[in-house]
Design a protein around this ligand. Structure first.
Ligand SMILES: *Cc1c(COP(=O)(O)O)cnc(C)c1O
Length: 356
């Protein structure tokens, strides 16, 4: 066995998915399952399909192609608005995409015509998070230019994103406005617009709190399925499992050392001047995992008494003084990753993924 390991309990992820599909269906909401948090690993895509998700969504076309090449039959959605240079691939490889540039939509329209291939778009509107989306004041002008798009290019719905770039949360007020924009668009384009895609896990939290207006009929969920958590407001999703994965790393040194560094203190690995408190001599361990492997700040120790001290590119230092168990070099410690930690571990080729 080679360490560090990202251990994934696939069955727990399947269960989370099944619960979410059921609970959201009660509210008239269908789901896109977002694979990007785990770099679209085929095992994760399979778990999502086993849970019953019809649409797999990812931010990268290369991830979508990877899942298709792994033979995973599904509808696929591209949820990062396409780069102008990848319009043709978007139409070729994806069934749905989120869009927010008129020029891109028009280019998609002619690509659909040329390839004689159907593609569905979700028209993103910026409701305040200031990442992707048309600005509400330019909608009218934009609709005018959409009247002649290809019959192969379907406007499937409107959507918004929240709590990503700026932390703007979804709520009854801004989602009601999104529903009004949908109505206006139906009227101006004189065609039905079915889907109202109200956000990610942060919007699931609003659904549970009863803050979603009726009419929001689609969400794009990643974090809640994969980790059973919500980072937008640390809401506890009691219906889901949080023990879906863990990081396992090996101790390569265990020794009693002072807690205050010795000598003149310059900058640490990250360019900060570290501040330490004198706690006397304490037992500490060096784990063979570092910032090159994973976002250390997102690790929560699962073994009793273990405390993270700091990390450099390849070493994670932990305080072991208060552990009831006696640790030696060669022992393994376990940590629960948060979303950014999972993201980095799944991307790193130094972290071995083990699915069980
Ligand atoms: C990543 C992403 C999601 C998924 O968000 P979670 O918080 O992981 O549920 C949804 N929509 C878009 C556009 C995204 O980029």
């Amino acid at each position: 066995m080679r360490y560090p390991i990202l251990k994934i309990y696939t069955e727990k992820i399947v269960e989370n998915g099944q619960i979410l599909i059921k609970e959201c269906a009660k509210n008239g909401i269908s789901l896109w399952a977002v694979t990007k948090g785990m770099s679209a690993h085929p095992e994760i895509a399979l778990a999502f399909k086993k849970a019953g998700f019809q649409i797999l969504a990812d931010s990268r076309i290369s991830n979508i192609v990877k899942m298709k090449e792994a033979g995973i039959e599904s509808e696929y959605a591209l949820i990062r608005i396409p780069m102008p240079s990848e319009i043709e691939d978007t139409v070729r490889f994806c069934d749905y995409s989120l869009v927010s540039e008129l020029e891109s939509i028009l280019e998609m329209s002619s690509t659909c015509d040329r390839l004689k291939k159907e593609h569905k778009i979700v028209f993103m509107i910026d409701m305040g998070d200031l990442r992707e989306g048309f600005w509400p004041t330019e909608l009218d002008r934009t609709y005018e230019k959409l009247k002649d798009i290809s019959p192969y290019l379907k406007i499937s719905g409107v959507g918004a994103n929240f709590a990503c770039a700026s932390g703007a949360l979804p709520g009854r007020e801004n989602l009601t406005r999104l529903l009004e924009y949908r109505k206006e668009m139906e009227y101006k384009l004189n065609r039905p617009i079915d889907l109202v895609s109200g956000g990610g896990t942060c919007s699931l939290v609003q659904m549970i709190k009863g803050n979603l207006p009726e009419g929001i009929n689609s969400l794009r969920l990643g974090e809640s399925i994969l980790l059973g958590t919500d980072s937008s407001e640390k809401f506890t999703l009691t219906m889901l499992s949080q023990n879906t994965m863990e990081i396992v790393a090996e101790l390569c040194e265990v020794r009693v050392k002072p807690t205050l560094p010795i000598g003149e203190i310059g900058m640490d690995f990250s360019g900060n001047v570290p501040i330490f408190h004198d706690r006397g001599n304490r037992l500490r361990g060096v784990l063979a995992i570092g910032k090159q492997d994973i976002r250390i700040e997102g690790l929560v120790p699962l073994d009793e008494g273990v405390e993270v001290i700091t990390a450099s590119s390849d070493h994670l230092l932990v305080d072991l003084e208060d552990c009831p168990k006696k640790y030696y070099a060669g022992d393994k410690l376990r940590f629960r990753p948060d979303y950014p930690a999972m993201l980095s571990a799944s991307t790193s080729s130094y972290v071995h993924k083990i699915f069980s």
